[in-house]
Design a protein around this ligand. Structure first.
Ligand code: HEC
Length: 125
């Protein structure tokens, strides 16, 4: 086998391993960066719903540290699945009968949304 074909096989194997991981599991540390930039003002530094803007808001931003969620966006009988969190983040809570204060974030990259979800899961106490 030539070195070139060995490299090709090795790279293909690495890609095959790496791609599904990118598509499914988010990176909580990367999610924290996106969260601190976009979500912290309402949801707070540790996700308890106590950010600087929260006092003025009704309803209050969700306390993300409880691990309990409200919206069952895909109607599968379970609120707060990964699909539900993704739908609420990308489409906003109002699309599912909730508050316009939880605005849609359609411009977030898919990886950012996956990373945010991983971070939100890590906030559960
Ligand atoms: C302007 C304030 C504000 C910002 C900014 C904000 N949220 Fe929210 N969020 C809310 C409020 C208020 C609710 C509760 C909505 C309701 O119950 O109708 C909420 C609810 C949620 C929920 C709970 C959904 C459920 O099913 O219970 C999640 C998850 C969430 N926000 C994630 C985020 C993420 C991620 C970001 C940043 C990309 C973000 N929020 C930015 C105010 C905000």
């Amino acid at each position: 086998m030539t070195i070139q074909s060995f490299r090709l096989i090795a790279m293909t194997a690495i890609l095959a391993l790496a791609l599904p991981a990118v598509a499914t599991a988010g990176d909580a540390a990367a999610g924290k960066v996106v969260f601190d930039t976009n979500c912290m003002t309402c949801h707070g530094m540790t996700g308890k719903g106590d950010g600087p803007l929260s006092a003025a808001l009704d309803p209050k931003p969700r306390d993300l540290s409880t691990g309990e969620f409200k919206f069952d966006t895909d109607g599968d009988g379970t609120a707060g699945s990964d699909a539900d969190l993704k739908n609420v983040i990308v489409q906003g809570a109002m699309a599912f009968g909730g508050s316009a204060l939880m605005a849609p974030w359609p411009a977030l990259a898919e990886a950012d949304v996956a990373n945010l979800i991983a971070y939100i899961r890590s906030l559960k106490q």
